[in-house]
Design a protein around this ligand. Structure first.
Ligand code: C5J
Length: 221
C-alpha cells in the first residue's frame, strides 16, 4: 500500500491492483494533418504533455505495473462508425477520408497509431475503440478484470472527451480513478480545467487528481 497525495484528498493505492490507462495518444490527435487538426484544433497544445506522459508511463514500467493504451479508430469498412458520428465534424475531411497520414481515424493507418515517443512496449495491451469511452464495444472491461485491476490512473487526450468519458464509465463500474493532471490535455484549456474540477468535486464524485510527480512518488520510483 502507498499513499498518493491526491486531490480532493489523499488516496491509498493498492499496488497489486493499480494500472495506468493512456488514452488515444495517437498521431491523429497530436500531429498536424490528422483528425484533431481537421476539426480546426491547434495540436501543439496536446504535444506539450508528451514528456509528462512519458515520465508517467516510465514510472509504471519501472514499478512493474500494467500500462494499457487505447486508440480511437474504426474498421476500414466503417462498419463500426455510426452515421451520427461520421456526419459531424469537417465535411471535407471526415473519418475514413484520405488525409496526409492515411485514412482519418482508421485502424492500421499511420495516423491512427500511437506517437513514437509513447509507443507501447511488448506485453502492454492496446485497445482499439470506436467510441469516446474505452468500454463501449471493446474488451477493455475484460482486460481490467483479467489483470485484477481495481484502481486506474488516467492520462491522454482529450481531457473532457475520451479521458473523462472513460473515467466516468470506469467509476460507474466500481474502479477508483485518478487523473494525472499534467499528462492530459484538451484543445480547449478551459475545458481541461473544468473537467479536472468536475472529476474531483463533491468528494471525488468521479475520481481524484494528482500530478505525475506525485504518482511517481507514491509508486516509489
Ligand atoms: C476526441 C478523444 N476528442 N480521444 N477524441 O474526439 O478525446
Amino acid at each position: 500500500m502507498a499513499i498518493l497525495d491526491a486531490e480532493p484528498f489523499p488516496i491509498e493505492l493498492d499496488l497489486s491492483a493499480l494500472g495506468l490507462v493512456v488514452i488515444d495518444m495517437q498521431r491523429d490527435f497530436v500531429e498536424p494533418g490528422g483528425f484533431g487538426a481537421s476539426l480546426g484544433n491547434d495540436v501543439e497544445l496536446l504535444r506539450a504533455i508528451v514528456p509528462a506522459t512519458a515520465r508517467l508511463i516510465d514510472g509504471f514500467r519501472k514499478a512493474g505495473l500494467p500500462v494499457i493504451h487505447t486508440r480511437e479508430c474504426h474498421r476500414p469498412d466503417l462498419s463500426d462508425l455510426p452515421p451520427a458520428k461520421r456526419d459531424r465534424g469537417n465535411p471535407s475531411l471526415r473519418i475514413g477520408d484520405p488525409g496526409p497520414m492515411g485514412r482519418i481515424l482508421i485502424a492500421g493507418e499511420p495516423g491512427a497509431d500511437i506517437i513514437p515517443e509513447l509507443y507501447p512496449v511488448e506485453g502492454e495491451t492496446v485497445i482499439d475503440k470506436p467510441g469516446k469511452g474505452a468500454f463501449h464495444a471493446t474488451s477493455f472491461g475484460d482486460v481490467l478484470k483479467e489483470k485484477g485491476l481495481r484502481q486506474l490512473v488516467f492520462a491522454g487526450v482529450t481531457t473532457e472527451v475520451c479521458v473523462q468519458t472513460t473515467m466516468r464509465e470506469a467509476n460507474d463500474r466500481g474502479y477508483e480513478c485518478i487523473l494525472a493532471t499534467d499528462a492530459t490535455e484538451s484543445y480547449f484549456p478551459a475545458f481541461k480545467q473544468a473537467a479536472i474540477e468536475m472529476i474531483r468535486a463533491q468528494g471525488a464524485i468521479v475520481g481524484w487528481t494528482a500530478t505525475t510527480a506525485q504518482v511517481r512518488e507514491a509508486l516509489g520510483v
